[in-house]
Design a protein. Structure first.
Length: 190
């Protein structure tokens, strides 16, 4: 039987340098793959967040449009756009309330806000608190031209977050005959 002789000299400097070099190469590849995966995950997360925000905002606007039983108005100005909704509660009773809802897009800070108030009780609508729907809006447009012929409007919201853009186009058909007016005064008088 042959006996093995063990050499206890250790590793040479060249062997250690080669081992460290290979380890660094493997570590660099793993780090690169991990970083790429995390960035991809972050992009997907942002995209999902924007899509969720778009869906929630569109659903909320759709819910408010369902309340409309009188009319709407659309104004597109230099610094803001406003879709105003007019509806009456208790329409056929003595306690009728004329309600106004405003969906306002501020083009300077790219926010979409909503407020609602009783037209008969509020002397200055600008004092009514508006609630933030979204602060990632690049544009908000509305087309009311089909209300008289087909009974529907279209509104489009373009979202932007982390240089990613997502467009949500919506069409809403009204249950009732709706007027297109210029102001709450034209709708309800006073």
């Amino acid at each position: 039987m042959k006996k093995f002789k063990y050499d206890n000299k250790g590793l040479t400097l060249l062997e250690v340098l080669i081992a460290v070099g290979i380890s660094m190469l493997v570590f660099t590849v793993i780090l690169s793959l991990t970083t790429t995966s995390l960035n991809h995950y972050k992009d997907i997360g942002t995209d999902v967040d924007v899509q969720n925000e778009a869906q929630l905002t569109s659903n909320q606007i759709r819910d408010w449009l369902m309340e409309v039983n009188e009319g709407i108005s659309w104004k597109d100005r230099d610094t803001y756009s406003t879709l105003t909704l007019y509806y009456s509660t208790n329409k056929y009773e003595a306690s009728e309330e004329n309600m106004v809802g405003e969906i306002k897009y501020d083009k300077t800070d790219q926010s979409l806000r909503y407020k609602v108030y009783n037209y008969n009780d509020v002397s200055d609508p600008d004092t009514v608190e508006a609630y933030l729907l979204s602060d990632s809006i690049k544009s908000f447009t509305c087309d009311t031209s089909k209300i008289f012929t087909d009974g529907y409007i279209t509104y489009t919201i373009t979202y932007e977050k982390n240089e990613q853009e997502w467009v949500k186009a919506n069409e809403f058909t009204f249950r009732n005959e709706i007027l297109v007016v210029d102001s709450a005064y034209e709708m309800f008088g006073r």
